[in-house]
Design a protein around this ligand. Structure first.
Ligand code: COA
Length: 145
């Protein structure tokens, strides 16, 4: 297994992995265009695990100079429980540390929290909330450009 940075040619494989894992609810956030945008974002860390040249898992995180957050981790179902998720988390934490991050948080699901606890993360009281109608907010805002 090899960990490397995201390449444009990974998109098809990564979308497939998300679909198989039921993580493709928001194509605007996780789809091909979004992946390419993340790859171009300096605050983002976007790593891919490949086995025999084929992407089999990936991780995305962001560090804004203060907080570091892992916001997506996905391993192809055929490759789970082989240490790939664990290796991706270690790799992203290493990169975040080198960028100056003092800690790292992760947005996780109830089904995967056991994995994160094994990786040394602890539960907090934080919850993720979501609002999708940014266009409406923007139209009503005095800040609108
Ligand atoms: C959760 C996920 C990323 C784990 O990746 P993985 O490559 O299967 O995990 P690893 O093989 O590195 O597992 C590391 C350890 O965590 C354990 N583990 C893996 N998945 C687990 C889970 N869902 N719950 C509890 N423990 C889990 C493994 O048994 C292993 O334990 P060990 O060190 O005692 O042997 C992967 O199963 C996945 O992509 N799931 C679907 C999407 C998802 O839930 N993503 C995370 C939400 S952001």
């Amino acid at each position: 297994m090899r960990i490397r940075g995201f390449k444009k040619s990974d998109v098809y494989y990564l979308v497939e992995i998300l679909k198989l894992n039921g993580q493709y609810e928001y194509p605007a956030i996780e789809g091909p265009d979004a992946m390419n945008e993340v790859a171009n974002c300096e605050a983002a860390v976007f790593l891919v695990a490949e086995v025999k040249g084929k992407p089999c898992g990936f991780i995305k995180a962001v560090y804004d100079g203060s907080r570091a957050i892992i916001h997506l981790l996905s391993v192809h179902p055929d490759y789970q429980r082989r240490g790939i998720g664990s290796t991706l988390v270690d790799a992203v934490c290493t990169e975040l540390f080198h960028r100056g991050a003092p800690t790292v948080s992760a947005t996780v699901t109830e089904q995967s929290v056991g994995f994160w606890e094994k990786k040394g993360f602890r539960r907090t009281n934080a919850l993720i909330v979501l609002r999708e109608d940014l266009k409406k907010i923007s139209a009503a805002s005095p800040n609108n450009r």
